[in-house]
Design a protein around this ligand. Sequence first.
Ligand SMILES: *Cc1c(COP(=O)(O)O)cnc(C)c1O
Length: 265
Amino acid sequence: MADSPAAGAASSARSRRAQLRERYDGVRAEIDKARESAGRQDEVRLVVVTKFHPFSDQVHLAQIGAPDLGENRVQEAQSKALAWQELAADGGGAEEALLPGEGVPGRPRLHMIGHIQSKKTGAVAKWADEVHSVDSIKVAEGLSRGRIREIEESGAESLRCLVQLSLDGDEGRGGVSGDEFHRICDRVAELPGLELCGLMVVPPLEGEPARHFEDAAMVRGKLRTCHSAAKEFSAGMSGDLEAAISAGSTCVRVGTSILGPRPIL
Ligand SMILES: *Cc1c(COP(=O)(O)O)cnc(C)c1O
């Protein structure tokens, strides 16, 4: 006799959960190993990048205890943030991810790690806990205005912001370089509702990631001479974790190694 639909759903939720847990633990172990070989005692945060994967995976990751999730497209990020609100309000929307009898988890912190059009800043300021991809003064000012509203209306905390550094000026990969990078950092630091926390980098395709991470680490050093609290260095993805951690990354953003391949659009 075939399993009932409910039993089938529970069994596929169980196996996806187990798979995510195993890979999440594996990446945490990889991070610890890289920290040890770099002789570092400090923490490295793991932001699990769930882009292109369903909301149910975010719920599984919350149940596993992943504190930080990342998304790189505003629309998708926003619909998942909304799904968390609905889940908290009436417990619905996560049936595929919950095991029988299991309670609804709290929402992990949501990180925006992709380019934001300036007209979308108000929306992002509503749900993001941290933005890694501030790349213009206009975006910074929009996030500030949006966050001030959130602070007034619902007592939100100031929005943690990282400015995205480009090492080769290739705008397709996002970020800003040179003096413009530092100008944006100065502006974020003075804007109300925002907290300048550091920088994010995606290494250029050409050349060795390790060298690019060292270059980014130099810029980070320079940034900290003016903004000593801007200590976050968001660098390292599935393929280049170790090099990033050896260059001082405080936060890696990992998708594929945990979620598996993204569907091709
Ligand atoms: C998708 C993405 C990641 C994760 O990349 P993986 O190679 O899947 O680990 C990290 N950072 C940014 C900005 C991304 O868009």
